[in-house]
Structure formats: C-alpha cells, structure tokens
Design a binder for this molecule. Structure first.
Ligand SMILES: Cc1ncc(COP(=O)(O)O)c(C=O)c1O
Length: 581
C-alpha cells in the first residue's frame, strides 16, 4: 500500500526521453511556469510517474518546462500505478477515465486534453492529491541540463571533510546493491565537488576509479552555505586550502537518485587468485610469495645512484632467506627418497625454523642444534613450532656439523646439512638471483654492485655465479663477513670454511663489526622504517664503506630485526664495546 506519510519514497533523476506525458499542457499555465522556474533556477518539486510504463501521472507542465529550457533530466518519484491505492479521476464531471485510458493515451501519443485527469492516493480513509508525495528537492536547472559524466576519482577536489558515520550508511547501501545511487555535482572548471560529499567518500572506500558526476558552472548555481561562506572560499578550501567542516554547504535541497553499477566505476579489476594472493596452503604461500620485494632505499640513494634492498623477511616461515633452501633441501630429499620422519640440523635459528615449519606440513619432526651464542628467544620460536632444541657449547653453527651428522646417523634421522647440500645453492640460483635480475629489468636497470652476507655462502655465491655469468665484470659482487672476533648472527668469516664461495668470484670481502652492523640496522629502521636484522645491517655498513656516487646497488637483507631484540637491547643500554653515539 502506498502511504503518503511514507518517507522512503525516493526521487530519481530520470532522462526526459524516458518519460511519457499522457495529456497536453495548457499554454497559459506553461508560459507562467517557464518564467517562474527559469527565475528560480531550480526545480523545487519532483514529478510522479509509473515505474513500469514511465507514464507521467502528475507534473506534465514541469516536464514540458524543463524540456523547453534545455534540460536532460527531471526528478521523478516512481509509484506502482497498478496499486489500488492510486486512483484516477476525470476533472470533468460525468466523464469516466480509467488507468488504461491514461496509459494508452501516453504510449500512443494521442494525449488527453489539458487537465483531463487527476490522480489521487488513498491514505487511510481519505483521498489526497498525488502531488502530496512529490518531494521537495530544489535541484538546480544547471544540474538537470548537464550530462552525467564519469570523472576519474583523483581529479575531484574536495572542499570539506565528511563525518565517517554519515558515510557508512551510503557505503553499505552501495556495497549491498552494487550500485551507486547518488550523483555528485562538480564545478566544471575547477572540478571542485559541490554536492555528494558522503557519496564521494563512500565511492573512494569502495575503490571506485571513476565517479558519476554532473558538471555545472559554480557561478550559475545557488550555493546554500553556512553564513558568510563565499564561492571563492569554497574553491580555495578545495585547492590547497584548509578544508571546511562537514555540511558547510550544499547546492540541493533534497536527495536525488541515479543508478550506476559499481562495476562501471571500478573499471577492470583483476580477480585472479594470484593477484589477490589467495593460497591453497602454507607451502603454496611460500612459493606463490616469490619474488620477494625489491625496495628502493631512498635514504641511501642519490641522483646518480639507486640502492635497492631485497627483502627476504617476506618469506612466510622463518621470515628469512632460509625458507627457500629449507624447501629445496626437503623437496630434493623427498625426490631422492632420503626424506625421513625426523630431520636433524645445525642452525643459528632461521634454517631451523624454516625446516621445522615445512617438516610440520609433511608430518615430520626436527631436532635442531643451536650454538650457545644465539639469542635465547630462538628456543621459544623453535619449541612453539614443535622442534626439539639442543644448545651446543660452540660459537659457530658450522662447528656443530660433525656432531649433528654422527647423531643423525646413530638415530636414523636425516641430516640435510645446509652447509654442504647443493639444494641450498640451487634454490638461490633458480629463484633469488633470477628474481633480482627480472625485478631490475622491469625498471630498465642492470646492477652494478650486489652485496650479501656470508653464512653457508649459499645465496651470495649463487647470485655471484648468475650475475658474473650474465654481465661479466660489469657487476661487482661483494661478500660481507664479521670482523675478527665479532659475532653477527647468520654470517661468519670465510676462513671458517664455505663450499660455494669456491665456485664463483667475489670482487671484495668487507669486514664489519657487531657494533657497525647494529648501528647500520638501526639507521635503516629510523630512515626507512624497516626493522631489519643484524646481517642486513652488516650489508648496509659494507655498502657505506664501498659505495661510489654512481650505480645501481642491490643489498640482500636476509631477515628482519624481530629475532634480535636481545642484541638491540644490549646496544640501546650502552652495553656494546666502542659505541660511538
Ligand atoms: C640472518 C642471516 N643472514 C645471513 C645468512 C647467510 O646466508 P647464507 O647461508 O646463504 O650465506 C644467514 C644464514 O643463516 C642468516 O640466517
């Protein structure tokens, strides 16, 4: 039932062409009305039409006025003409007029004479004229004349803030209906938003690329403002000025609706699972997460030099470069039939975490041997993952290998041995090195220098082999090791013995102290907002030692700083030797 007091009757901005008048207009009344509406500059009230047939039931004169004033659209309240609460009456007594007569007159073009009909609504027991449901909208004629344009969202300039709680109902409506139903109005010249602030914000939250807008000349519309606010002040607020409070101004008296599918405003969005980063399991998360990001370090870059960090902490298990080799070692062990229900490994943390995580996926267990020098927190991470942790009285992981090997043999466990297993080198040759090459190529760049820490030597040796083979001596490879008697988690000195470093060439090996590595890591955290690990800090310090003014530098950051709270705490408490600041 149609109820006059219903407030949910909406006013739609409908193209004049879509509507069908059912009676002729009275020329005298038309002339008067043209003058009045042109003088007002706005259409005050919506007309009424049948939703299904688009036959105008009330407001034929306003319709004709707008047509003659060059408007394209008119505000319409749609009703269901079939509803028994809408009644048609003939103005002349003793004349019978049916709804069918009205529709036929409209659709055949054989219109009824002026004032032949009137439509009434039954409201409870009384009949009221249908104009009672015509909403007061005060839509500027400029808006009704303008064509609906699809304007790139970033071109729109806003002059005032909005309250999020005013936006959310609109946002929810758009999201639910997948339709934008509120038009925006922009100043043609400046693209300053004059109407539809909440809808604009809702569209932004819905990631629309374009917005539906009517473009008008701000000088030709009346802006209803808080006292004293001029049009110039509105434009100034939108273009570089301080934004005005919510609801400081509007150009329309009521709400008018359009209907634009959100799809049209969002443009083509890629919906494939890869772009949206949906993975069917955590192992797929590892493989599908490659390439890890290559990020420009602006604090180290200059006009002639760009410096890039390869962020290996984006690997999901150990949040380090070691996920790659753990997967490759396990994969190859499975292929060779050497995978066992229990894996033993000597590790300074990262390989242990990565191996345990992947072993968990395959229902296997790990026992990891960790040097005394490694931070205490590692035991907790490893225990949470289900690893058995054995602390050994050695300072370097590599010193534990023979012990781990003997234990594994004695207990029937697999010892994948990251220090000797070529799957380590292969993982970096196939992935890490090629990723960097492709990432730089996407920018039209070739590296002039790549710097990486030496632990097993797996990653930087593979990177060296790849780039030296492809670019020869145009690319410089720099290895980083701790200075004599210094401990930097994850890296060690060449003389302690490394396999793959022998397979390729290095242009330079740089020594870094623990203090230098820590300070460089802190510096990156404070300049770039990236909390990187200590071996990454060592790489940064090495870069600072050798950097030239020109070139493309790639720094390999093996992990993040979160595992090294104990070392950072020591430094911040001034418990480091030779602290300089
Ligand atoms: C934090 C960290 N940095 C650097 C490295 C050295 O990497 P690679 O073993 O590939 O030489 C490791 C290896 O354990 C590490 O865990």
């Amino acid at each position: 039932m149609l109820n006059v007091s219903q407030t949910n009757l909406q006013t739609h901005l409908v193209e004049l062409e879509q509507l069908h008048p059912h009676e002729e207009v009275d020329p005298d009344h038309l002339r008067e009305l043209i003058q009045q509406i042109a003088l007002d500059g706005v259409l005050k009230y919506a007309i009424v039409a049948d939703r299904k047939t688009k036959v105008i039931l009330d407001g034929e004169h306003r319709y004709t006025v707008l047509k003659s004033l060059g408007c394209r659209r008119i505000p319409v309240v749609y009703v269901d003409y079939d509803s028994p609460s809408i009644i048609v009456q003939a103005w002349k007594e003793n004349c019978r007029l049916t709804k069918r007569d009205v529709v036929e007159a409209a659709l055949s073009g054989k219109r009824l004479p002026p004032k032949a009909s009137r439509h009434m609504i039954r409201n409870s027991d009384v009949l009221v004229h249908i104009s009672a449901i015509e909403q007061k909208v005060d839509v500027p004629l400029e808006v009704l004349k303008s064509e609906l344009a699809y304007v790139p969202l970033e071109m729109v300039k806003t002059a005032m803030y909005v309250d999020l709680k005013d936006v959310l109902p609109i946002y929810s409506r758009f999201l639910k209906t997948e339709t934008a139903d509120t038009p925006l109005v922009l100043d043609k010249k400046t693209k300053v938003l004059l109407y539809g602030y909440e809808a604009f914000q809702a569209l932004e939250l819905l990631s629309a690329k374009k917005v539906p807008a009517f473009k008008v000349d701000i000088n030709k519309v009346e802006v209803k403002t808080a006292e004293g606010l001029t049009k110039e002040a509105i434009i100034k607020a939108a273009i570089g000025g301080v934004k005005l409070p919510p609801k400081s101004f509007t150009i329309m008296g009521g709400e008018v609706k359009i209907s634009v599918p959100l799809k049209k405003l969002r443009g083509t969005e890629r919906h494939d699972v890869k772009t949206l980063r949906v993975y069917s399991g955590s192992l797929e998360l590892l493989l599908g997460g490659w390439p890890t990001p290559l990020v420009k370090l602006n604090s180290l870059s200059t006009n002639g030099r760009s410096v890039w960090a390869k962020l290996e902490c984006y690997n999901p298990f150990s949040n380090s470069v070691k996920d790659r080799i753990a997967w490759y070692m396990i994969k190859e062990a499975m292929e060779k039939g050497e995978f066992k229900r229990i894996l033993y490994e000597a590790t300074s943390t990262n390989t242990g975490i990565a191996l345990t995580s992947i072993a968990n996926i395959f229902g296997a267990k790990t026992k990891v041997y960790v040097p005394m020098t490694v931070q205490r927190a590692s035991d907790i991470y490893l225990n949470v993952l289900g690893a058995e942790v054995v602390r050994l009285p050695v300072s370097l992981t590599v010193e534990a290998i023979s012990h781990v090997d003997a234990e594994a043999k004695a207990h029937g466990a697999a010892h994948l041995n990251q220090f000797e297993n070529d799957a380590n080198f292969k993982a970096h040759l196939k992935h890490t090195a090629r990723e960097i090459d492709q990432q730089l190529a996407s920018l039209g760049l070739k590296p002039t220098c790549i710097i990486g820490g030496l632990g097993t030597s797996g990653h930087i040796s593979a990177i060296s082999l790849y780039f030296k083979t492809k670019y020869g001596d145009k690319v410089k490879i720099v290895g980083v090791q701790p200075a004599q008697n210094e401990v930097i988690p994850g890296i060690r000195r060449i003389e302690t013995g490394m396999k793959w470093i022998q397979w390729t060439t290095f242009d330079q090996i740089v020594d870094v102290s623990q203090r230098e590595a820590t300070e460089a890591a802190i510096n990156i955290a404070r300049k770039e907002g990236l909390l990187v690990g200590l071996s990454s800090g060592a790489v940064v310090h090495a870069f600072q030692k050798i950097a030239q003014e020109k070139g493309v530098y790639v720094l390999i950051f093996p992990d993040s700083g979160y595992k090294y709270a104990e070392q950072f705490e020591k430094y911040l408490k001034n418990e480091f030797p030779n602290r300089q600041n």
